[in-house]
Write a protein that binds this ligand. Structure first.
Ligand code: ISE
Length: 337
């Protein structure tokens, strides 16, 4: 059997996912495509041997769609997820689950009311071999118990013209999720410090930012977020445990020596750095759909938590104060594996 996937949103990441599903992932094909830009949807549909439709609801309702991938702009994820929950088909939704805490809660409540987990959130770093190994450094007790984690997340230029608060909901939301996954615990508080503006920082906005989180057991998690770093795309994670340290970063690239200098290439965008993670995420999702097994990635609950943390970080940024991250108890639907 082949899983027929409908794709909503075929901008750069949606097109990459759609092409990967049809051409690289085994057991899947894209059957239907939608984008607000109908001409773009038509081009992608022709290229992939799919058909294009005029509205997201048509994707969810189509008889030739078994599962849906949402890669539309962040601000419409929640309303499209609500449509999808009505249709009851499995959904892989690009991060974030929603941009506001109330929208994220509404999506979560709708899935709880449905009574089964059909949403997976595209926190693809959970599938990155480097992050997987980093987590094992802790779980296999090679570097001891986590004490402090330093993260760096830089974009060459602000993707989609992100401004400060979207840097937290779109960009740093990856660190909110991956560090929580790495540590296996929630955050208790968040503090956001605005740095000196760089040359590309829009007036009235702040970039870079320094975010300091503290987990419920006290582990410190620090993130440098720099949306307009100019020199390249870079993600680094330096995790320090009670008797060792593991570093994820430059090691992903080769070191080249020539013309009396030695160095590494830095990618301009994230697709290359996380290509493997994106592929593993899609294959894992499709495999789970084939076997009707548990969805392998971040759940709607994980997506909800990341959005809550991002919203508390916005509050911390606005007030300059350390803000508590109080979460409700994990709902029963998300307690089992
Ligand atoms: C972008 O939306 C992504 O999801 C990338 O993974 C991230 O690194 C980048 O900063 C975001 O803007």
């Amino acid at each position: 059997m082949t899983v027929r996937v409908g794709v909503i949103g075929v901008g750069s990441i949606g097109t990459a996912h759609a092409a990967s599903l049809t051409r690289e992932i085994s057991g899947a094909t894209v059957s239907v495509v939608h984008d607000v830009d109908a001409a773009r949807a038509a081009v992608v549909a022709v290229d992939l041997g799919a058909r294009s439709v005029g509205a997201p609801s048509e994707v969810f309702e189509a008889d030739d769609v078994d599962a849906v991938l949402i890669a539309s702009p962040d601000a419409v994820h929640a309303e499209q997820l609500m449509l999808g929950l009505k249709a009851g088909k499995p959904i892989l939704c690009e991060k974030p689950l929603a941009t506001s805490e109330s929208d994220a809660r509404a999506v979560l409540d709708a899935e709880i009311a449905l009574g089964r987990r059909i949403i997976q959130v595209g926190f693809m770093r959970r599938f990155d071999p480097g992050y997987v190994q980093l987590k094992q450094e802790f779980t296999a007790d090679r570097i001891g118990e986590p004490l402090i984690v330093h993260n760096i997340h830089r974009n060459t230029r602000a993707a989609y013209g992100l401004i400060t608060e979207q840097t937290l909901t779109n960009m740093v939301v990856h660190e909110f999720d991956i560090n929580r996954w790495l540590l296996g615990e929630d955050y208790a508080s968040v503090l956001v410090l605005a740095g000196k503006p760089g040359p590309l920082t829009p007036a009235g906005e702040c970039d870079p930012l320094l975010i300091v989180l503290q987990s419920t057991s006290g582990v410190l998690v620090e993130v440098e977020a720099f949306a307009n770093a100019r020199f390249g795309y870079e993600v680094i994670c330096r995790a320090t445990g009670s008797h060792g340290q593991a570093v994820l970063g430059d090691g992903a690239y080769i070191t080249r020596s020539r013309s009396f200098s030695r160095g590494v290439d830095i990618p301009e965008l994230w697709f290359g750095r996380f290509a493997d993670a994106y592929r593993r995420q899609l294959q894992g999702w499709v495999d789970a759909l084939h076997t009707d097994g548990p969805l392998p990635g971040a759940s709607a609950w994980d997506g909800y938590v990341a959005t809550v943390v991002a919203n508390r970080a916005i509050q911390a940024y606005r007030t300059g104060e350390r803000v508590a991250v109080d979460l409700p108890a994990t709902p029963a639907l998300y307690r089992e594996a």
